[in-house]
Ligand binder design. Sequence first.
Ligand code: KPL
Length: 297
Amino acid sequence: MNGIHWHVLGVGAIGCLFASTLHRAGLPTTLLLRSPGMEPSLPVRVDRDGCSSVTELPVSAAPEAGQITHLLVTTKAQDVCAAVQSVAHRLDSSSQVLLLANGLGFAGELQDALPVPEYFHGTTTEGAYRLGERHICHAGRGFTRIGRPGHATPPAWFGPWSEAVQPGAWDPDIEQALWLKLAINCAINPLTALHRCRNGELLQPPMAATLEELCGEIMAVSAAAGYAAITNDLPRQVAAVIHATADNRSSMLQDVLAGRGSEIEYITGHLLRVAEHYGVAATRNAALYRSIVNRAK
Ligand code: KPL
């Protein structure tokens, strides 16, 4: 379709969800794997509302040749740079790379290392978690925003994308949306990972008081960085997300429980770097950051 062929890097919950969504909407979609396997295609199973559907997706190994026109990156934040660099030989200046990962800070590192393709940014509130290898539960429908700083209008690929990925929108202020998501993740994810609790428990004592302190600092950093308008109601926004995802284990808690590396460097770590840049105190967030980093050692 119009030369649009999506390659998807990252076969976690969000990668599987978007790959099967794009493929089912008729857009050519290929899963990118780290190393060559035996099969030309692999099944992706999505459980939703008590039904299970399987989509057979073509696979391609990163080291292979063959240009990538459209790349969707859904890896963990800390893996984005290495994953995209593993397919650098398949990207050129016409390649469109859409980064859809939690956190902030990796995009700048990637653009410095690999300035060639055109980069786009996305954030989604789709709720999905892994049940097994390429087997996920699509637990809650969400909204997906895509944008490119400084670009008010979307590129040609966004038309077919937005017919497949609904609900969603092109967001001319994507940086604001990404920062708000970061602010919410800073408040919820590390605290649930530290206390090994579900999101809903954060609204109860003693965590509720810590949550309030964290939000106060996050708002101060946000204001210094120019994001006051979208975060001036942060405690209420965080509470709304906690209510909506009360039974969830946050992605950081899931990573910690599974013994995987967490995204702390690109969530609270990024907030702290911005706080330092503007000379804003964020001692409660810094203490939480240290607890998560030290636990992982
Ligand atoms: O984005 C999330 C995450 O876990 O990463 C929230 C919104 C906190 C839901 O769990």
